[in-house]
Ligand binder design. Sequence first.
Ligand SMILES: *Cc1c(COP(=O)(O)O)cnc(C)c1O
Length: 460
Amino acid sequence: MAKQPIPYKIYLSEEEIPKKWYNLNAAMKIKHAPFLNPATLQPCGADDLKPVFCDDCVSQELNMTDLYIDIPEEIRDFYKMYRPSPLVRAYCLEKALGTPAEIYYKFEGNNTSGSHKLNSAAAQAYYAKKQGLKSVTTETGAGQWGTALSMATAYFGLDLTVYMVKVSSEQKPYRKEVMRTYGAAVIPSPSDTTEAGRKILKEFPGTGGSLGCAISEAVEKAVTSDSCRYVLGSVLDHVLLHQSVIGLESKAALDKYGVEPDVIIGCVGGGSNYGGLIAPFMGDKIAGKNNIEFIGVEPASCPSLTRGKFVYDFCDSAKITPLAKMYTLGCGFMPAANHAGGLRYHGMSPVVSELYHEGLMRAVAVKQTKVFEAAEYFARTEGILPAPESSHAIRVAIDEALKCKETGEKKRILFGLTGTGYFDMAAYKQYNDGTMTDYIPTDEDLEKGFASIPDIPQNK
Ligand SMILES: *Cc1c(COP(=O)(O)O)cnc(C)c1O
């Protein structure tokens, strides 16, 4: 095939939106350890999960054998509103850096919610509707997940209650209005609408709330309401499955020009976007078909992969979810108050944790001032105002490209640009004002979080 020049943006056609998701679990030779029921410490079966999550999501969660899973036509129709997302050759960034490397990024911020989260929100809302449920609940911190889910529930005709951490709802009032515009009821948490909320309000009047508290309220509302389920925006295997559209589209676009990446970089919060981006490439690596280097990037202030423990832990700080075997800082871990860049989850997807544990990928932790430096550089060269979360990946992509400048290597670098930063201007303001600081937790700080890891025989 004659070599065609690679355009700035490689678009796929609507027909090329994937018809099946890629189930990385089926490709993995060593499966991650099962979720455990915290009461019995036995592996969770479908019956343990169905009171909380939708039936189809539970089947997907437990599916370790089917490499491909059909994307229902209704979900593909929703995807058509904003997919395929562009795969961009970062010519301007390459030129500014003076690197011989080729840099590509998959941009997931081209929808109103501003991030990749819509890929799973659409799927989960569809399955809830298909099951005949009337409503779903969730929690949101920064607000991207709540926004994505409100778009999806509006489209599929479900009621949605979002418990939004009270400080966030005060700091980001416009995020709240976006959700309300899509029909969601947004309740600042803690609230007096649940037992859990009332208890916390009584104990800590005037508290700004926490994600753990918001989760407790959302789960309580789901299990005490008829025809209602709780939905989650990251970490779980079915969320990674839905996010595999990112990786499948990236691969299809690069294949058109015969490009195979040498390095794939992504930010890791709960791990769903990165697990989705790498899914088909990692499956091929496990099958011995490529030798791609995989790098997950996390904040130095919330370093679950690089400094966490690989043990069973709760997925939430309220200790009500099943136990997952994962890299974790302890469900009681809270990043320092000056941390502004998102990705503040204490644990990590069991799939990503297992890949890291087996040495199939590596992880890098970066300081937030270096992240915002990269964000600004990227905005000024490529034009897109990136989300702080995504900018963790930009930081390491730039660092890898600069290494190539020294060695003369022409590596092909692909990274995930998960979203836009329009609602994060308070963090950008800190950076621009020069008031942003870095805090790297001491070993002592981490010990406090580790103390919240459950003391069970499986962790001995
Ligand atoms: C939520 C979010 C992330 C973190 O994603 P995970 O899949 O949980 O790792 C990254 N970038 C953006 C823009 C987000 O909104």
